[in-house]
Design a protein around this ligand. Structure first.
Ligand code: K2U
Ligand code: ZN
Length: 172
């Protein structure tokens, strides 16, 4: 398993819409293994394939946040079937938007249909942090970042800050 570089905003690659996986084989499982290793190393609780530059509709997650009791989850071609009208607010961050956080409102429950690590069709009913994380990651598959929900001013200030820090890393 390999830790991959995580793309950071601003990067046009992050804004691509990811394409569905045709069939789940060894290549897709190796990709999910690398994504999970990259997510744990970040550390994070979710990662979409586009965040390591692969525009495939694949997400990995582990909301256990317990080093000794990892509970990885794999979502291939996920589709949200139902979303609650009731909303939850959560202080979100993103491994592709480093050191920026904002309170984002999302449906507090959702039902997801997907293929698992072995390509088997599954359905999951999620609430709380799991529901928030799934919706955050599903946004990545559409090229959407959590900062897109902020005001134009706040979003432009964050992008300006991230651009500067990216430039300073190149210049140094
Ligand atoms: O970059 C990502 O997509 C991983 C996200 C997943 C996430 C975002 C917002 C809310 C829940 C999950 C995070 O950066 S992972 C870091 C993290 C860890 C614990 C709680 C919230 C965020
Ligand atoms: Zn993210």
């Amino acid at each position: 398993m390999t830790v991959k570089k995580i793309l950071t905003e601003p990067d046009p690659l992050l804004r691509q819409v990811s394409t569905p996986v045709e069939n789940v084989g060894e290549e897709e499982r190796k990709l999910m293994d690398d994504m999970l290793e990259t997510m744990y190393a970040a550390p994070g609780i979710g990662l979409a394939a586009i965040q390591i530059g692969i525009p495939k509709r694949i997400i990995v997650m582990d909301i256990s946040r317990d080093e000794n009791k990892k509970e990885p989850m794999y979502f291939i071609n996920p589709i949200i079937k139902n979303k609650n009208l009731e909303k939850n607010k959560y202080e979100e961050g993103c491994l592709s938007v480093p050191n920026q956080f904002a309170e984002i409102e999302r449906p507090n429950r959702c039902e997801v249909e997907y293929l698992d690590y072995d390509g088997k069709k599954k359905t999951l009913k999620a609430d709380g942090l799991l529901a928030t994380c799934i919706q955050h990651e599903m946004d990545h598959l559409e090229g959407i970042l959590f900062i897109d929900y902020l005001s134009k001013l706040k979003k432009s200030m964050i992008i300006k800050k991230l651009s500067k820090s990216k430039l300073s890393r190149i210049v140094v």
